[in-house]
Design a protein around this ligand. Sequence first.
Ligand code: MSP
Length: 500
Amino acid sequence: MSFYITTAINYVNGVPHLGHAYEAITTDVIARHRRQRGDDVFFLTGTDEHGEPVADAARAEGVEPQELADRNAARFLAMTEQLDISNDYFIRTTDTRHKEIVQEVLQRVHDAGHTYKGIYEGWYCPRCADFKVENEILDGNRCPIHETELVREQEENWFFRLSTFQEPLERLFAERPDFVKPAIRYNEARSFLHSGLEDLSLTRARMTWGVTVPWDPGQVFYVWFDALLNYYTALGYARDGEDLTAHYWPATWHVIGKDILKFHTIFWPAMLMAADIEVPRQVFVHGFLLAADGRKMSKSLGNVLDPFDVLERYGSDALRHYLCREVSFGADGPVGMDAVRARYDSELANEFGNLASRTLNMLERYCDSAVPTAATDPILAADFAGLPERIDEFLERLDLTPALDEIWQRVRRLNRYVEERAPWTLARDDATREELLMVLASLAEGLRVVTLALNPYIPRKTAELLEALGAPITGERTFAGHGSGAAVSAIGPLFPKTAD
Ligand code: MSP
């Protein structure tokens, strides 16, 4: 089955922060999980490089926008690599092919009569690159997101007849109650729709940093349309000499944060309908990471958790595990370095890391460094029954926090099993040799199963551990003695204790 998943593309007016890392990590978990299930996955991430925020930031630094974009895009790319993100392509909206395909698609929208020239006047937030509609503006004409003062703007530009898509969009929402997840976001999008759609300004006359409007070269497209189209354009040129569009479009999931809901659930499907392109299957809207004190992270408050700090201290697996486990995917949640450390010590080092090293050590010591060919313990097998199906069910809905909890319960179960069966005692007496082999075969199989299940979440250390267990990374996900007979090798602590 082909499976196409995307993150939002990040603005290059600033450097990567934890919110960007969070979206990349969570989307990567899903992409890796689908590959593990044998799907034909395409995973896209990248950078959004045009528009006011980038032009303004470049101006403030006295450099050309392209220079700023190049510098910051490199940092986003580096973050993607350091987080072990398995994206199949990294799109930049300054790519020549992206710009050409944007022009082709929007020319089609224009030719089909979905645009007209008009005067736009409205309250505009330069940081959002967005005109605000009356009901979202805060007191004192301030931006609902940035809380900074909006500016009154007027210019002649091209409009997109969004209002004519009121009915088609209502039909879309009525026919597809799963179009937007979680349900609370579906309701939010739907109520925005019900409040009535106004036509949208599609181009900018004053801006020059953008994709040129082919039928009116004095203008550039409003950055959001150029940006949204990335999901579609990338398939046209991500692989040299190949067009993947027919294969992967429509996107299976767009993963986005809650602040960009209306762009993805209202404007984007309308634009696609106007261009006669199929709309995406589903949009998942995650929440916001907040500072440990529950407030918005902000440099001026000094409460920012920097992904690069966490990477340096604990590594990418620790950050990935922490974020997926700590903040229920879809909800907002506070995060902080103390909590990263607590989970690292208690869960990764003490629970999973210890389980791995004691299991490998006992296999080395009592079984000549091989998984015994003995039958596995039916009691433990019962505790693992249905695990892959449970995980699949959760991840089908992108519920990656409860899926991880299911896995973690099995990690804990295995540690309890070691305590209950005390293999070191069984090893003292020849009469209990068979029982020892069964216990160790069961432990090894359980460890193999949880490690495979954790692989999408913590890919680096689980790959090392699977290798030490002599188990293929593409192995069976069920508990059924699949690891039987494999040669194992000891490895150092997976998650070494950190210095104080
Ligand atoms: N460039 C637009 C998206 C265009 S997609 C066609 C944009 N960029 S952004 O850099 O501001 O945000 C990128 C993603 O990060 C968005 O999905 C946004 O919601 C998410 N996050 C930004 N801050 C966040 C948190 N504090 N927490 C979680 N995610 C947040 O919007």
